[in-house]
Design a protein around this ligand. Structure first.
Ligand code: 5RP
Length: 297
């Protein structure tokens, strides 16, 4: 028998009401504890923002420039990201399980770059995401594309499966060649993802009206980076996106295709979490890149 608790020193803090803090992320207050905890692994509670490194490109375009050897070029970066966005194949084969960054797993796929890209299906089960200790899963949604209904259904199926185990779903609004990246389209696509249950939505930045896209989406938006730009342009895009309401970035090529990916990650972190202006962030990038060249690891 365990001994009775005989100490008369209990302190119930009677003058303090029970803590009942609102969850820090937009639109996320009504989720269960496990879902919120996973979201709090992806987004830093201190800033409410995230720097995700997207390296999932190989799922449709093979060994993308900068991702030829994920074990060599990307694995050393994972200590500097808030979350890694990748496929389960790359995770199991090329990322050490000892890393502490949370993972959001690409969970849709099928067609290669050689075919109709919107022809995607769900490409992994929630069971496998749980087995891999994922913090979330991501699925591509092609609003306005030839397989709009199926890809929306892919997302809603994952949302239903995710709700059972507390796994957030990142709805990724794909922009096909035929679709325009303006605020009207992005506002439509992001809102549809949120309305149908995505806990986080990933989309592209647009020059005009991006603040309306983020305001009209009731859950956090993270921005994709798109094709490689000069560093100052990429940092400016990240700055403006955050300034206009994005809760972070899920950026790939503008990090891993620079000459100094670790330096670019530091600069992006500075913009997203510390409010660095694009110019100051560029200075940081150039200083760190020069130091890396002077004394390569
Ligand atoms: C591909 C994706 C990528 O993760 C996304 O495009 C982010 O990468 P980048 O910043 O290179 O555009 O979802 O479908």
């Amino acid at each position: 028998m365990p001994e009775a608790d005989s100490l008369d020193r209990k302190d119930f803090h009677l003058s303090q009401p029970a803590r009942n803090e609102p969850f820090f992320l937009k639109g996320s207050g009504a989720y269960d504890w496990g879902m919120q905890n996973r979201l709090a692994r992806i987004f830093r509670p201190a800033t409410g923002r995230t720097v995700m490194l997207a390296i999932d490109h190989g799922y449709f375009q093979g060994p993308t420039s900068g991702l030829e050897r994920v074990d060599v070029d990307i694995a050393p970066l994972v200590g500097s990201v808030d979350a890694l966005f990748c496929t389960r194949g790359i995770l199991r084969s090329s990322i050490p399980a000892s890393m502490s960054a949370p993972v959001v797993l690409r969970a849709s796929g099928g067609p290669s770059i050689l075919r109709e890209l919107s022809d995607e299906e769900i490409a992994m089960s929630i069971d496998d995401a749980v087995r891999l200790n994922a913090a979330g899963v991501g699925v591509q949604v092609f609003v306005g594309g030839p397989n709009e209904t199926r890809t929306v259904h892919n997302m809603t199926q994952l949302v239903d499966a995710g709700l059972k185990v507390g796994m957030p779903v990142l709805g990724v609004t794909a922009v096909g060649r035929e679709l325009t990246r303006d605020s009207r389209y992005l506002g439509l696509a992001t809102r549809i993802c949120a309305e149908l249950g995505a806990q986080v939505v990933k989309t592209y930045f647009c020059e005009e009206g991006f603040e309306k896209v983020t305001a009209g989406c009731p859950v956090p938006i993270v921005m994709a980076g798109g094709k490689k730009l000069p560093e100052l342009e990429a940092l400016t895009m990240a700055y403006e996106g955050i300034d206009q309401g994005a809760a972070g970035v899920d950026m790939g090529r503008n990090i891993f295709q620079t000459d100094a990916p670790a330096a670019m990650l530091a600069a992006i972190n500075g913009v997203v979490h510390d409010g660095l202006t694009p110019k100051l962030a560029l200075d940081l990038f150039e200083t760190l890149a020069a130091a890396a060249t002077a004394s390569p690891a």
